[in-house]
Write a protein that binds this ligand. Structure first.
Ligand SMILES: Cc1cc2nc3c(=O)[nH]c(=O)nc-3n(C[C@H](O)[C@H](O)[C@H](O)COP(=O)(O)OP(=O)(O)OC[C@H]3O[C@@H](n4cnc5c(N)ncnc54)[C@H](O)[C@@H]3O)c2cc1C
Length: 473
């Protein structure tokens, strides 16, 4: 275990020289910097926080911290769900939120260059004004693009377009030593050695600090339509998922959720959007599907074919959201699941396993059976089209220590099943510190040894985001 130094007044003076007026200590540090969206994995205030504006400043901060052996944790918007940006060893939090400029569009090559603190929503909106779409669409639109790349965020459109990693062409990275490196290029393909760009995607701030990104865009689709598809029960709903893609439909998004979770979200929003009964039959679960295409006519024909197919699979109805306000409402209900759960729950944990798409139904049945052994409630929903499930354990009545003990046992059960079915323990949220111990169990000694070796090459003093991902005993 490396020994770190505290942030002394002398070190603070050196940091202050690099970012004058942007070093905070004590009560001036934003209390949010002690945590991300999952405080159950632990919280700790940093000794100092710095706001950075340029690559050179980031390099300057890292040189000071490297020399004095002070740990540094990079933070974007802090919307992560695995304790990734929590400074568990204290030290310095380096916040990228003010590096928030879209620098340049290269429309001939369908690329855009941004600073890492640009928010997802900011780029999504801006790209549309250039006739382009930035396809990655994770649920939290106020996350930074640096955070999205560092976690390889997925989201709703991954089923058709892939995850954040698939849209990263090049990046500028400050290494823990303060050295500045450039990985990748604005090209359509490359076989030029190990892909360091790919390695940084999903590295969760443990290998380097991303200070500039060149991202791929695509032409914006001309039309989109969403379908709300209610089923009587969850099994009928989830077993339809692999059939949709097998049938040749290529949805832009394909989400599933139970009625209870929808009800919490609609209560949180104060707006009822989805039906709860069809012709006297209680709805148990829903698919929410979006299709996109080059014309409304093309989509109308596709939707007609899809509706017929879904009804054959046991859907109770197929309701179309074909105007901008209707689509906004249905997706607002879907996007507020976490807020809805948070508002109604005292103790909360979650996981985001991913299994092969044809195993979703079996996996959901396993989770439903397993939860009977525990005292907390379990709620789930997911990016069904790519097999990525978000499973929440919730309690308003249990003691925290007992909740944690039971959740740990439950997570071990369901992660073991995930691996048995050929899945992985995180589809998109990452490992951070919340899931580090399960990663070791899931991947085994060889993979963890290789990951530790990579970490050592990038970060010989282990000062960058220590205690995360593979940095476990
Ligand atoms: C309501 C809600 C819905 C969500 N939905 C989704 C979803 O659908 N899909 C999904 O994938 N995630 C989702 N998330 C999780 C979260 O939004 C993502 O993990 C996001 O990518 C985190 O970005 P951030 O800017 O908040 O990063 P932070 O939480 O600040 O940091 C996350 C990690 O990235 C590192 N990091 C941040 N910036 C940099 C940088 N510039 N260089 C190097 N490392 C960096 C940090 O050290 C940390 O390890 C959701 C979260 C919420 C609250």
């Amino acid at each position: 275990m490396p020994q770190y130094n505290s942030v002394t007044p002398e070190i603070l003076a050196e940091l202050e020289k690099v970012v004058p007026g942007r070093v905070a200590v004590g009560a001036d540090v934003n209390p949010d910097y002690a945590r991300d969206e999952m405080p159950i994995y632990g919280t700790r205030m940093p000794e100092a926080a710095v706001d950075v504006l340029t690559t050179e400043e980031v390099a300057g901060i890292m040189k000071v911290c490297y020399e004095h052996n002070v740990p540094v944790t990079t933070r974007g918007a802090g919307t992560g769900l695995v304790g990734g940006c929590t400074p568990i060893h204290g030290g310095v939090v380096l916040c990228t939120m003010r590096m928030n400029k879209i620098l340049n569009y290269d429309l001939e090559n369908f690329a855009v260059t941004v600073q890492p603190g640009v928010l997802l929503q900011q780029l999504a909106d801006d790209a549309l004004t250039h006739g382009c779409m930035y396809p990655p669409d994770p649920g939290e639109k106020m996350a930074t693009l640096g955070g999205n790349v560092a976690t390889n965020a997925g989201g709703m459109r991954a089923v058709k377009y892939g995850c954040t990693r698939d849209y990263v062409k090049a990046m500028t990275v400050v290494l823990p030593t303060g050295e500045v490196a450039h990985f990748g290029a604005t090209v359509s393909k490359t076989s030029s050695g190990y892909s360091l760009t790919n390695l940084l995607c999903g590295s969760e701030g443990t290998l380097g600090i991303i200070t500039e990104l060149t991202l791929k865009l695509i032409p914006a689709p001309k039309a989109t339509i969403s379908l709300m598809v209610p089923f009587e029960d969850l099994d009928a709903c989830t077993s339809t998922v692999p059939k949709i893609t097998r049938e040749g439909f290529k949805p832009q998004a394909l989400e599933f959720f139970e009625k209870e979770i929808l009800v919490s979200s609609e209560e949180y929003l104060g707006k009822q959007t989805f039906p709860k009964q069809i012709d006297g039959t209680e709805i148990g679960a829903y698919l929410l599907i979006t299709f996109d295409g080059d014309s409304q006519d093309e989509l109308d024909a596709l939707v007609e074919r899809a509706a017929e197919f879904l009804l054959e699979q046991g859907a109770l109805d197929v309701l179309v959201a074909d105007t901008a306000p209707k689509m906004k409402d249905v997706w607002a209900a879907r996007s507020s699941f976490l807020e809805g759960i948070e508002e109604q729950t005292k103790l909360l944990d979650e996981c985001d396993v991913v299994v092969p798409v044809n195993q979703i139904s079996a996996y959901v049945r396993f989770v439903a059976d397993t939860k009977q052994n525990y005292d907390f409630e379990v709620k789930y929903f997911g990016h069904a089209g790519d097999g990525n499930l978000h499973i929440y354990t919730c309690s308003n009545t249990m003691e925290e220590a007992e909740f944690r003990k039971q959740v740990d046992a439950f997570m071990s059960d369901i992660y073991q099943k995930t691996m048995e079915l050929g899945g992985q323990i995180s589809g998109e949220h990452g490992i951070g510190m919340g899931k580090a111990k399960y990663l070791k169990e899931a991947l085994g000694e060889t993979s963890i040894r290789l990951m530790k070796g990579i970490k050592q090459v990038f970060d010989p003093k282990m000062i960058l985001n220590p205690g995360k991902v593979c940095d476990i005993q």
